[in-house]
Design a protein around this ligand. Sequence first.
Ligand SMILES: Nc1ncnc2c1ncn2[C@@H]1O[C@H](COP(=O)(O)OP(=O)(O)O)[C@@H](O)[C@H]1O
Ligand SMILES: [Mg+2]
Length: 265
Amino acid sequence: METNQSQAPAISVQGLEKSYKDLHVLRGVDFDVEPGTIFALLGSNGAGKTTIVKILSTLLKPDAGAAAVNGFDVATAPGNVRESISLTGQFAAVDEILTGRENLVLVAKLRHMKDPGTIADALLGRFSLTEAGPRKVSEYSGGMRRRLDIAMSLIGNPQVIFLDEPTTGLDPQARLEVWQAVKELAGQGTTVLLTTQHLDEAEHLADRIAILHGGRIIVNGTLAELKALLPPAKVEYVEKQPSLEDVFFAIVGDGGAGLGAAASE
Ligand SMILES: Nc1ncnc2c1ncn2[C@@H]1O[C@H](COP(=O)(O)OP(=O)(O)O)[C@@H](O)[C@H]1O
Ligand SMILES: [Mg+2]
């Protein structure tokens, strides 16, 4: 079975456009994601993040442009793309009536994996859910559910995992737990594309951050590169480094598009 070439990006997006009737949501989106990295797609509510994730996971067809995942074109090889990925949406897809372990076993069986029980136990351990494993998911906290959801999405060892707003609606402690789980994923060589509205989430998790605004990626870089877009910090008594939030509003706010266009790839 063919997989991605050593230097090929895990995700490649070129000139992607999508409209819903008169609403031109994506107006030419370009970015690449290197294998084994965490890429954060940062944008406000309604920016088009989920639209991009749906196109990359073959749930939606673009109007123009091209996208490839794990070396497979979403338009011409959607089956191969689907075999390469997992998708975790904003709303956890776990079954409440089953226990955490039963959820994992069920998915492993659906994916025709050998030894579903062993797979389930390994994942419970990896996401600190061993003790919770025999309990019904209806008794889980939000963070535990989301961790279980991420664990379920790993069954079958997908090369690329899409996490669409993995922490939206979670309390701060649960967010931290999910962040740990996401870091764990990339540590094992999985490529992660996550979407978020939270600047601090992108700042903590991502190797690269792309800001989606006005239907385009207006900035794409490492946190250090994004911070460097702002003028050097003024030194008075205390040097204040710009936060990612400062960068975001400097670019997205009035008159920022030029700065973003000059700096994006
Ligand atoms: N199926 C759809 N039909 C019509 N409009 C849609 C549909 N899906 C999304 N939209 C609109 O497209 C825009 C982008 O949506 P979405 O990709 O979900 O943004 P995000 O995930 O960044 O919040 C929003 O204005 C949304 O209301
Ligand atoms: Mg969304």
